[in-house]
Design a protein around this ligand. Structure first.
Ligand code: ZN
Length: 497
């Protein structure tokens, strides 16, 4: 096989896989946002299953291996982008092939059963319902570490699935810094007795909906190349480079929920929309990592749109829609969107306490993988960790160990990307501030200096670079938790202490 033949084969595969994935994404979008007939669920499920199966079969076909071997042997002759393609296809292929097919089949069936059982177990607050599934899933994950292989820590093998190159060594350092600096700060804030004014009341949903387009435009999400849908759990999905859709959810009694989820998903969408179109043929028009994707949403959600400058822009908009805000001032609004209070539910956690929720999950996953703890012991260990880190003890399993879907869907090693991504965001904004006056951009309601920087230094590169290399190239430094820790400490000390 010549170099040209190898690339042409991979390009043709990407084209076919891209078409299959686009069809599946459309089915998923339609199913989640359109209220489709219940009777079609089975037929849709079968079609979706076939599409993803076909996509996988095409990818793992024997000629892929031949292409990889041919191109890896030519490494010195390849351009940067070609080398990145070979690297990505190679790592994905080796991972897909590492799992014995009969094990993969049994595991897929297990996961399909586990998720609905988890939902029931959560509803009934009965850990014994899900325990046998957890035992099998966790056992599979431990075997997966060996199939994938690792150098230092077995959990590294799983982390790499979501955050390429991440390791226990890196995460221990990161969470160690949070434990040392942020955990005491949360306790100090709790003891300060400060009680900021809160946004309470009911807010007409039709009026809330008027706010969403403004928020999308503010972030820079191009609505002409996308769409806004409504769902139970908001997400962003890419149909193709010119059709990146977001979703949000409106609650009459929680104005901030839709507001910040719209900003969050717009941040994800901006990343997708700004990737170089030339990367598509190489299959590199995707995020550098899950953490890097999350950095883009959280950077807008928290650092930009929970800033004092943004409160100044938001207040007139809110006043125009809701009489409720007639007697509010900017400082009160700034404080109200930054209330820091330990809580039990991760997805409702505030900016300051969020990463501690992740730390609990990280430590438990690591211990499970090492065999230091048993799945049966998780509920008690979970509650103890929450009490230690956040000073709260769950009343029941639904607000404790059964709150997240991740473990029943086999997403092991996923949680840390939420925290790492948030920290990437802080490091990126620190770098942006060297050449951009961030507050002035917000006050001008023109974030183009910020989004332009992000497009140039992060978005357009897609998956060409690994996340650590991308962050280093963009900010001039390797990943350092200090930017996140400093940002949180300064912001919340000024707010509360
Ligand atoms: Zn997100």
């Amino acid at each position: 096989m010549t170099k040209k033949e190898a690339f042409d084969t991979l390009f043709a595969k990407n084209e076919a896989i891209g078409a299959l994935d686009m069809a599946e994404a459309l089915i998923h979008w339609d199913a989640t946002t359109s209220g489709v007939p219940m009777k079609s669920i089975e037929a849709r499920g079968a079609a979706s299953g076939w599409l993803s199966g076909e996509s996988f079969r095409r990818f793992v076909a024997p000629d892929t291996q031949e292409c990889i071997e041919t191109l890896e042997a030519l490494d010195g002759e390849l351009t940067t982008i070609e080398r990145a393609m070979v690297r990505e296809v190679g790592r994905r292929y080796r991972k897909a092939k590492a799992i014995p097919p009969e094990e993969f089949q049994a595991y897929s069936t297990l996961l399909a059963q586990a998720e609905p059982i988890w939902e029931k177990a959560r509803e009934k607050r009965d850990y014994n319902m899900i325990l046998p599934y957890y035992e099998k899933i966790f056992a599979f994950q431990r075997r997966l570490c060996d199939w994938y292989g690792y150098e230092k820590h077995p959990y590294d093998a799983l982390l790499d699935d979501y955050e390429k190159g991440a390791s226990v060594e890196m995460l221990d350092r990161f969470f160690g810094a949070l434990r040392e600096k942020i955990s005491p700060l949360i306790k100090e804030i709790g003891a300060s007795g400060q009680k900021p004014k809160e946004i309470k009341g009911t807010f007409d949903i039709a009026k809330q909906k008027e706010l969403s387009p403004w928020l999308c435009d503010f972030v820079g999400y191009d609505r002409e190349r996308g769409k806004i849908g409504e769902v139970e759990h908001p997400f962003c999905t890419t149909i193709n480079r010119h059709d990146v859709r977001i979703t949000t959810k409106y609650h009459e009694d929680n104005l901030l929920s839709a507001l910040y989820s719209t900003v969050h998903e717009s941040g994800h969408a901006l990343y997708e929309q700004n990737m170089d179109e030339g990367l598509t043929v190489y299959g590199l028009d995707e995020e550098a990592s899950m953490g890097m994707h999350e950095s883009q949403s959280r950077l807008f959600e928290n650092i930009i749109c929970r800033s004092r400058a943004f409160a100044g822009q938001l207040l007139p908009k809110l006043r125009g829609l809701f009489d409720y805000f007639a007697d509010w001032n900017e400082e009160e609004l700034y404080r109200a969107v930054n209330i820091a209070r330990p809580s039990l539910i991760r997805i409702e956690a505030d900016e300051l306490t969020y990463s501690l929720h992740i730390m609990v999950r990280y430590e438990l996953e690591k211990a499970l993988i090492m065999g230091d703890i048993k799945p049966a012991d998780l509920p008690g260990l979970w509650d103890n960790e929450y009490e230690k880190l956040l000073g709260l003890r769950p009343d029941n399993l639904a607000e404790g160990v059964l709150q997240d879907v991740h473990w029943s869907s086999g997403a092991f090693g996923y949680f840390p990307t939420y925290a790492i991504g948030t920290a990437y965001g802080a490091q990126l904004v620190n770098a942006i501030r060297k050449s951009v006056d961030v507050d002035t951009a917000i006050k001008n309601e023109d974030l183009s200096p910020i989004t332009g920087w992000l497009k140039e230094n992060v978005h357009r590169h897609g998956a060409v670079m690994l996340p650590d290399e991308l962050l280093k190239t963009a900010t001039g430094e390797p990943f350092d938790a200090k930017y996140y820790v400093d940002y949180l400490s300064e912001k919340f000390t000024e707010l509360y202490l």
